[in-house]
Design a protein around this ligand. Structure first.
Ligand code: ADP
Ligand code: MG
Length: 292
């Protein structure tokens, strides 16, 4: 390998907003077989907004949103921030939550106005031993529309569903098609609802979806694909993605994401535009061709 060719390749990458941390990743990128893309914040903007509030009998929209937002005030999750913003937007005054507890990959629990409030996915409701009373069907319908359904339970009773929607990034679909055009298998990885992930994958033209994956199991998914003999790139933005980025043959971080992801990665897409990944692979192919 000529150092000059690598230096030129690395410099060209920087021009396109692709920062390689080491020359090894530029040398490996041309051998990739598969790319695993995190959903939230990587394929989507990562800024969900509340679209529907569906209270259960005996509860009203305002109560459900206010209690959910109050309970979520201690959380840094994008879904939590969206709930808090929606409450503020409606001029609701949130109470301070107490005994805040995170259940990773599922949601949160807190005490608000002396009531126990659970906010999260269906598994969280099982953990809380809350009967959903046909809410699964409502959730399924919302998920099929690409929305993330979040269940709320108050003092052991199911109180309603809030749906949140995130939008796909402007050039994500184009990047997926280009990666496919380069002969790579493209997969989506997410902790989100299977049907929500499926709807978004359809929108992007992705047919391999790994959904409802717990934060600690993301790296394992990369490893499983590697075990089939494939060279795998992982692209992600979150703290949760860091172990998977480290496990991959090449870890690629989104420049608009967390510092922890960037530290774990070999390469960063500065503006978060996934077309940078396409450029990186093309660059690697060209660079390695000059070397051989
Ligand atoms: P991802 O980063 O792919 O969204 P997470 O592991 O953070 O995955 O979350 C998986 C699912 O768990 C979310 O789709 C949501 O249903 C639920 N969840 C996680 N954190 C929260 C939270 N703070 N509030 C409500 N739901 C949550
Ligand atoms: Mg993410």
């Amino acid at each position: 390998a000529t150092p000059t060719a690598i230096m030129v390749g690395t410099g060209k990458g920087a021009e396109y907003g692709v920062l390689f941390k080491n020359s090894a990743s530029l040398e490996i990128a041309h051998q990739l077989d598969a790319v695993i893309l995190d959903k939230t914040g990587t394929l989507t903007r990562g800024q969900p907004v509340v679209t529907d509030i569906l209270p259960h009998h005996g509860y009203c929209e305002t109560d459900v949103l206010r209690l959910a937002a109050s309970a979520e005030q201690g959380s840094e999750h994008p879904l939590a921030q969206a709930l808090v913003e929606a409450a503020q937007h409606r001029g609701l005054t949130c109470s301070e939550g107490q005994d805040f507890q995170v259940i990773p990959g599922h949601g949160i629990r807190a005490t608000v106005d002396a009531q126990t409030v659970w906010v999260g996915n269906q598994t969280l409701m099982q953990i809380a031993e809350v009967a959903l009373d046909k809410a699964e069907e409502t959730a399924m319908r919302l998920a099929d529309a690409g929305k993330t359904p979040i269940f709320i339970a108050i003092d052991g009773h199911y109180a309603g569903v809030i749906a949140l929607a995130d939008t796909v990034k402007p050039h994500a679909k184009e990047a997926v098609a280009a990666l496919r055009g380069l002969g790579l298998q493209v997969l989506m990885l997410t902790g989100d609802h299977r049907r929500t992930a499926g709807a978004i994958a359809d929108e992007l033209g992705i047919d391999h979806v790994l959904a409802e994956v717990l934060p600690e199991a993301k790296a394992q998914q990369v490893q499983q694909l590697q075990a089939t003999g494939q060279r795998v790139a992982m692209v992600g933005d979150g703290i949760n993605d860091a172990p998977a980025l480290a496990q991959a043959d090449i870890g690629i971080a989104i420049g608009t994401g967390t510092d922890i992801a960037m530290e774990a990665a070999d390469c960063t897409l500065v503006s978060g535009d996934l077309r940078g990944l396409v450029t990186a692979i093309q660059l690697s192919r060209r660079t390695m061709r000059t070397i051989k």
